[in-house]
Ligand binder design. Structure first.
Ligand code: GDP
Ligand code: ZN
Length: 310
């Protein structure tokens, strides 16, 4: 006999198959498959309530989205607290990828972490030296080799209980390989995307949330190259740009300083004195132009202001 109280249950989505999701119920710790509409917008990590097989999504505590090159908006993850940005010297990330990922992550209240993978390759030494000197004052940096296993334990001990994160990075940097070495039982396919994966969309898992032995939770996500800053406002960009931290000890004269030509700007002063490199500053100006352009489109502006109100 099924008790009536049991018909309404709280849980989280732990796997997504497109037209169905697996829900892990909080009370029973059992997993049940529930049908959803194809474009439901639910993602792995969503907290849900299921009543009589109907699933309702609860308000998200965090939501990280990105825009692709054609203006399409994708949710990278919901209810996450950590963004693990994976980079390697082969293949190199697209220009600006790391900066965008850090900014979007901070704006969505997630802690960004850089994972420099493929430390066994010859090109690693020079590449990691540049990346470390650029980002060491901004984010924690881990170096790993999914191939040899070096550095994986270190990364895992940082990423402990009560953390939920997702690896992001372009295809080929080693996200699946790192996941496989952390969770040997999951067997994610690595290398080029196989034909069967492309064809079998309705049967294969779109995304899964994996629970680690130390209590941490990791979501696997497909690789992508575009991290368009769809939800980041101009003030957020000015505040969260990696490399500007040292200019924020003393605020700029104007609270809404865009660090362009405003008098009393700490950032431009530090660019002039050489404390902030002009390369960093040029990257910032490019992103500023891009964010302002997105902001001038009403549909994105509305989206941003809706998000800020919630
Ligand atoms: P993903 O697309 O980011 O998930 O990358 P994969 O995990 O599929 O890895 C892409 C390719 O890089 C595969 O051929 C892996 O064997 C290789 N690879 C992954 N990690 C490492 C590493 O640390 N060192 C080296 N040399 N190769 C790696
Ligand atoms: Zn300023």
């Amino acid at each position: 006999m099924v008790l009536k109280e049991k018909s309404q249950q709280q849980g989280i989505i732990v796997a997504h198959y497109g037209v169905a999701v697996d829900v892990l119920y909080s009370a029973s710790q059992k997993i049940e498959m529930v049908r959803v509409k194809r474009n439901s917008g639910h993602v792995v990590g969503d907290s849900v309530e299921v009543k009589d097989n109907v699933l309702t999504r609860k308000t998200r505590s965090s939501e990280l989205s990105r825009m692709d090159a054609r203006g399409g908006v994708h949710v990278v993850g919901a209810n996450l607290d950590t963004l693990l940005i994976v980079a390697a010297c082969e293949p190199l990330p697209p220009p600006g990828f790391i900066d965008r990922a850090i900014i979007a992550s901070r704006a969505a209240n997630l802690s960004p972490v850089l994972v420099l993978n493929k430390s066994d390759l010859a090109c690693f030494k020079d590449y990691s030296a540049t990346i470390i000197s650029t980002y060491r004052d901004s984010v924690p940096i881990f170096t790993t080799s999914a191939e040899s296993g070096a550095g994986i334990d270190n990364l895992l001990s940082y990423f402990g209980e009560n953390h939920r994160g997702v690896f992001v990075g372009p295809t080929g940097v080693g996200k699946s390989s790192i996941m496989n070495s952390i969770l040997p039982d999951i067997n994610l396919s690595t290398g080029e995307i196989s034909e069967s994966k492309k064809r079998g969309r309705h049967t294969t898992t779109v995304s899964t949330l994996h629970i680690l032995e130390n209590g941490g939770e990791l979501v696997d996500s497909p690789g992508f190259n575009d991290f368009g800053l769809v939800d980041t406002t101009t003030p957020e960009l000015a505040l969260y740009f990696p490399g500007f931290e040292k200019a924020q000890k003393e605020p700029c004269r104007f609270r809404d300083c865009k660090h362009k030509e405003e008098p009393g700007c700490q950032v431009t002063e530090k660019v002039q004195s050489g404390e902030i490199s002009s390369e960093r500053y040029q990257t910032y100006l490019q992103l500023l132009e891009e964010v302002e352009m997105i902001d001038s489109e009403p549909k994105y502006r509305e989206r941003r202001s809706r998000r800020k109100k919630n």
